[in-house]
Design a protein around this ligand. Sequence first.
Ligand code: PLP
Length: 401
Amino acid sequence: MSKVISTEMERLLATGSTLRAMFEEGKVMRKKYGAENVYDFSLGNPNVPAPEEFNVSLKKVIDTTDSLKLHGYMSNAGYEESRKAIADNLNKRFGTNFDIPNITMTVGAANAFVIAMKILINPGDEVVVFAPFFLEYRNYIADFGGVTKVVPPNPPTFMPDMEQFAATINEKTRAVIINNPNNPAGVVYDEETIKAIAKVMSDAEEKYGRPIFLISDEPYREIVYDGVEVPFLTNYYKNTLVCYSFSKSLSLPGERVGYLCIPNEAEESERIIAASSIGIRVLGCVNAPSLQQLAIIDCLDVTTDIEAYAKNRRALMDAMDQAGFEYAHPDGTFYMFVKTPMEDDKEFVTLAKEKYQVLCSSGAAFDCPGYVRFAYCVSYDMIVRATPNIIALGKELGMTK
Ligand code: PLP
């Protein structure tokens, strides 16, 4: 027992070292086999560069903005012109009625999420997540003494099972998390699913006599394929808070910019809006990065090159099809969720890594054993080079003759 480190941080240090070990292992493998012979699908770091429009906008902002404004503090919720531009853009795209107060600029989606938790969660309150889910949710929820309640995965579609969902909600439920498009499953919840989720939640609100908030975590909103539509959740359920990020849509994960959107229809919306400004302050971020807030204004209708991800997706689907592996239909994000023929997906991860130099992530880490995640935000060439090994892996596991 440490005399210095808190119990919670001790727990995080223990899990953190597993991830670090995997990262180090990748480095060792690259040295041993040569970088071109290691096929690393383990990380969700965008490999497609930010669009040119963003760099042009960044330069324009630097050249045309008064230095004190450019680098100074502003109100905690962010620059009004950024918030107004985002509100107008959402209204244009989704028929909503947002204005400046409905948008709080944040340090990415992660910050929007923890602000939402800070606003809503008392110790012991329950937060429902649908498996498989982004691994940080548990940590973010625990930061505020919340308790994560998991709705089991529903393969092969991974659309949440409504009976299991309804059975997970009780009088302690304060919030439900939706991540659409979904990391790690790569699926997109369709309108029918969203309506069903909203119905279960409205019924529960009525039954327990208090609001239950839907937290919509949507950093992958624009990364979808074949014309798939992602429903905008405030149009379906009034007690919704949207956590958005430019990390993936504009390939800016290191710039740390996003927003929290709070609709007027939400219960006590004015107090939530006021609380969001306090939230970003007391969580130690104070405000989102000033330069980035201004630079994204001209880029709200721009995305990174989604076609590059679409090409990778096609190539990886072809590889998996030839190898005989089943996977969830990848409608969005840059992740493919592949079913492992053996129950223990960690065995698959080890075999793929040690015999075929293919690195992927265990589904168990996302509360969904029996699957592995392949991140295809990698070079197209790497997918092509990895294909014979993926096929050989399938053969060894008896997926093909
Ligand atoms: N939510 C999900 C589902 C993610 O996959 C990520 C990042 O990978 C985040 C939130 C955090 O995004 P941001 O960089 O905007 O904080």
